[in-house]
Design a protein. Structure first.
Length: 98
């Protein structure tokens, strides 16, 4: 079984491996990379929805989107764990349906 990792640990892993390059690239270009990864995830989800899933690729695309999101959080100094806790846990989380 794979070792479990918290969101904070994942964000720190991404920071340790890629921060210098990511920070030099900047927010706008990094957001474009994230957007590209969303497109690749959309393509993989489309295959899944059509009954022709490539589960290995789908897992990779989900992981890539998470990594690029963590990258953006790192270069804007946002702690994703705190952001999630404040938005979805503190005071019972947001009201209404999503």
């Amino acid at each position: 079984m794979a070792q479990e990792m918290t969101i904070r640990e994942f964000q720190q892993l991404i920071r340790k491996k890629y921060f210098a390059t990511d920070d030099a690239r900047g927010i706008a270009k990094t957001f474009l990379w994230l957007s590209e990864e969303f497109g690749e995830l959309a393509h993989a989800l489309g295959k899944y929805e059509r009954g022709d899933p490539d589960l290995d690729n789908l897992k990779e695309e989900f992981a890539d989107v998470c990594a690029w999101l963590a990258t953006l959080a790192n270069i804007t100094n946002i702690d994703l764990t705190l952001a999630i806790e404040e938005k979805y846990i503190k005071n019972g989380g947001p009201k209404g349906v999503k």
